[in-house]
Design a protein around this ligand. Structure first.
Ligand SMILES: Nc1nc2c(c(=O)[nH]1)N[C@@H](CN(C=O)c1ccc(C(=O)N[C@@H](CCC(=O)O)C(=O)O)cc1)CN2
Length: 299
């Protein structure tokens, strides 16, 4: 099928070949920001953005996000990483560095609802999603035409209760070393612990309720029966606990007694799309840190 959409770069990306990001989590104590910023200065890095948060100052955790420019990044970043391990050991840090120029690769999983998938495809096609959509995987054939019209590979891998393990094996083979982030865009299959452990805090799901309300299936029907005046959507990392993973983003919309279940679904679809897109954007920009079952989002 010819690619009727050309992936366009409406949003001109500034030259960020020498831009890197550093995420740090460690026990809170005085001197952390000074030590890290001095280290970066000594290595010739120019800090262009920094953000930090102290959870329970003095006795809890400390979180930092730096963006910095470093000339000849390809050569100098490995040197910086090697030297930083001494600072990290001193403060008992968990840390990661990322290159701005290395776009993350998404594998989007979908079932039969297209709105969240379309939002990601539209943003990608407009150049507003700074990542590559490497593939779409579905347990149904319905979205093949839509996805392939964007020039994106489509893997139809049917799933039944009896074939779930084999299906996940095929899914893992399809995404192996081709995806950095899995996005469940209203994918209606429970992901196994074995799959999750391959992608710790790298599977984002959109749940169609304002969690922790209405976990599990048919949340809009649950909301209608409860007579709620607000509905919402929640993007979270996937864990073994269904809809219980670290929340990345949520949003809500008022509803009333005049809205039936179909109205709630219609109103909810817009919230789901926006909330998922925000969460994916913040993840690909390395703005999300996870501690225990909560997130710190430097947005
Ligand atoms: N391990 C996890 N897997 C998934 C999560 C999660 O948090 N942890 N979120 C769900 C999404 N979801 C609600 O948002 C959801 C999807 C599917 C089901 C479910 O009961 N699925 C059945 C099959 C249903 C069908 O075939 O139509 C099943 O998997 O047996 C509940 C909630 C995504 N996965």
């Amino acid at each position: 099928m010819t690619n009727t959409y050309q992936h366009q770069q409406h949003a001109q990306r500034p030259d960020k070949r020498n831009r890197a990001r550093m995420l740090i989590s460690c026990p809170d104590r005085p001197g952390i920001v000074a030590a890290v910023s001095h280290f970066l200065y000594e290595h010739g890095a120019n800090i262009v953005q920094s953000d930090q948060y102290s959870m329970d100052p003095g006795g809890g955790m400390f979180f930092i996000r730096f963006e910095f420019d470093l000339n000849d990044l390809d050569k100098e970043l490995p040197v910086l990483q090697e030297d930083f391990s001494r600072v990290a050991d001193r403060f008992d840090m968990k840390w990661h560095t990322f290159r701005d120029s290395r776009k993350k690769r998404l594998a989007v999983f979908v079932s039969k609802e297209d709105h969240c998938l379309l939002e990601l495809l539209w943003q990608w096609q407009a150049g507003d999603l700074d990542a590559d959509i490497a593939m779409v995987i579905s347990n149904h054939p319905d979205m093949r035409g839509l996805v392939e019209s964007f020039g994106i590979p489509y893997h139809h891998i049917p799933v039944t209760a009896d074939t779930k393990a084999e299906a996940e094996k095929q899914q893992l083979e399809a995404v192996a070393d081709k995806a950095d982030l899995i996005v469940l865009a209203r994918y209606m299959q429970i992901i196994s612990p074995k799959f999750i452990e391959q992608f710790p805090n790298r599977i984002i799901n959109i749940h169609h309720s304002f969690l922790p309300a209405f976990v599990g299936g048919k949340p809009y029907s649950q909301a209608y029966e409860r007579g709620v005046k607000i509905i919402g959507a929640t993007a979270h990392y996937v864990t073994e606990e269904l809809d219980g993973g670290p929340i990345i983003e949520q949003d809500v919309q008022r509803v009333s007694h005049r809205d039936n279940v179909e109205d709630l679904k219609r109103i909810g679809r817009t919230i789901e799309r926006v909330v998922l897109a925000r969460a994916v954007k913040w993840h690909i920009e390395d703005r999300v840190l996870v501690h225990k079952n909560k997130t710190v989002v430097f947005n």
